[in-house]
Design a protein around this ligand. Structure first.
Ligand code: MN
Length: 131
């Protein structure tokens, strides 16, 4: 069964790139282009992980993360903020809002999926790389 990743991102270029990379790696991607849509879809599609832009129309990423965390059904889903301005204060704000971690833009296609996979290693993940 394919794992669904919900991507909440209003920038078409970023959304396209993230979707492309994840699809290439076998994930099913559900897209939301604003905060409200993201909250609605999160409870509908049961994603294994949520990628969350911070600067979003209607509701920003902080508000979205808080709303997602207030839903018991989504309390355990990793939420990764994708942000271009992870400055010192924002980093703490991101985590305080309920995000599990963050990835900085611009996204590095070479490390993106590996980075995300770290947050998915809930089940057996015996792919330890030898030397
Ligand atoms: Mn944005």
């Amino acid at each position: 069964m394919q794992q669904t990743v919900l991507v909440i991102e209003d920038n078409e270029q970023s959304l396209y790139m993230i979707t492309f990379i994840l699809t290439q790696h076998g994930y099913e991607v559900v897209q939301a282009r604003n905060g409200r849509e993201g909250i609605t879809l999160a409870s509908q599609v049961q994603p294994v992980l949520i990628l969350l832009d911070i600067q979003l129309p209607l509701l920003d990423g902080y508000a979205v993360a808080q709303a997602l965390r207030s839903n018991p059904a989504l309390a355990q889903v990793p939420i990764i903020a994708v942000t271009s301005y992870a400055m010192a204060g924002d980093r703490e704000r991101i985590l305080a809002a309920g995000c599990t971690g963050y990835i900085e833009k611009p996204i590095d296609p070479g490390t993106f999926v590996r980075h995300i996979a770290q947050y998915l290693s809930i089940g057996p993940s015996g792919h330890g790389g030898g030397p």
